[in-house]
Design a protein around this ligand. Structure first.
Ligand SMILES: NC(=O)c1ccc[n+]([C@@H]2O[C@H](COP(=O)([O-])OP(=O)(O)OC[C@H]3O[C@@H](n4cnc5c(N)ncnc54)[C@H](O)[C@@H]3O)[C@@H](O)[C@H]2O)c1
Length: 244
């Protein structure tokens, strides 16, 4: 890790939009640490990106392990750009979802991000940046109430963090991705995937790079006057129309 570069940390960085974000931020000039719990994938992708000459390292941590998260941050140089991206998604019918489903979703989609944020901002330089990956679903969706609620919670936490950290010039924003073509969508049956695609005004899912671009903008030092906002990157799904 080159010490003269600002450090970016991306959670869930071994797959999907997190992985695309790791590569994007490394190309932007950050030293990047990807954090993931899947060691084989993290090691393989870190090696591939290092092979491209990019300044990328990995840390294998289960982000729901609070002590391990705090220790990891304390052992790193100060983090300038934090991207809370790791998350889990599964479908449960409204009348079948359990309190454990809610706890599981909240543990990673909300509480892990708050723990990491709290530890990171202790030493984050003034003017740092935080991006939380929420979901378009936070404004409403069927068949995953626990996920929707956890993503609405991270939007609330984004706004609270933006208020708390503004005096230090730390800007905190959320991205609400729509349907993005990543391994996470394996949780959808083919029928549910077709139903989701039918709701896309553009008729297609987005790419992980579409999210990486938006993160790159929100963590850029040139972006100096947006905080506490939610940027929808969803091919127009939040407009509420359908393709017909
Ligand atoms: N793909 C979509 O359509 C979509 C839409 C809206 C929001 N999102 C959100 O985007 C984010 C990234 O999703 P993705 O589609 O790239 O998914 P993905 O499954 O490809 O990647 C998520 C990564 O997070 C890691 N992770 C999960 N739990 C972890 C934990 N406890 N500790 C450490 N790492 C953990 C996984 O190992 C995985 O590498 C998630 O927060 C997801 O909810 C995705």
């Amino acid at each position: 890790m080159e010490m003269n570069k600002p450090l970016a940390l991306v959670t869930g960085g071994a797959s999907g939009m997190g992985l695309a974000t790791v590569e994007r931020l490394a190309r932007d000039g950050f030293a990047v640490v990807m954090v993931d719990r899947v060691e084989a994938l993290a090691v393989e992708e870190t090696g591939r990106l290092q092979g491209l000459g990019l300044d990328v390292q990995s840390r294998i941590v289960d982000l729901t392990d609070e002590a391990a998260v705090r220790r990891m941050v304390q052992e790193l140089p100060p983090i300038t750009a934090l991207v809370n991206n790791a998350g889990v998604f599964d479908e449960r019918k409204f009348m079948e979802v359990t309190s454990d489903d809610f706890r599981r979703a909240y543990e990673i989609n909300m509480i892990a991000a708050a723990t990491l944020t709290q530890e990171a901002v202790r030493r984050m330089p003034d003017g740092g940046r935080i991006v939380n990956i929420a979901s378009r679903a936070y404004v409403g969706a069927r068949n995953h109430p626990h996920y929707v609620a956890s993503k609405a919670a991270i939007v609330g936490y984004t706004r609270a963090s933006a208020m708390e950290l503004a005096p230090r010039g730390i800007l905190v924003n959320a991205i609400a991705p729509g349907l993005i073509d990543t391994p996470l969508l394996r949780a959808l049956t083919p029928e549910r995937m077709a139903a989701q695609l039918a709701l896309q005004p553009t008729g297609k899912a987005g790419r992980p790079e579409d999210i990486a671009r938006a993160v790159s903008f929100l963590v850029s030092p040139d972006m100096g006057f947006i905080t506490g906002q939610v940027l929808f990157v969803d091919g127009g799904k939040s407009l509420g129309g359908t393709t017909s």
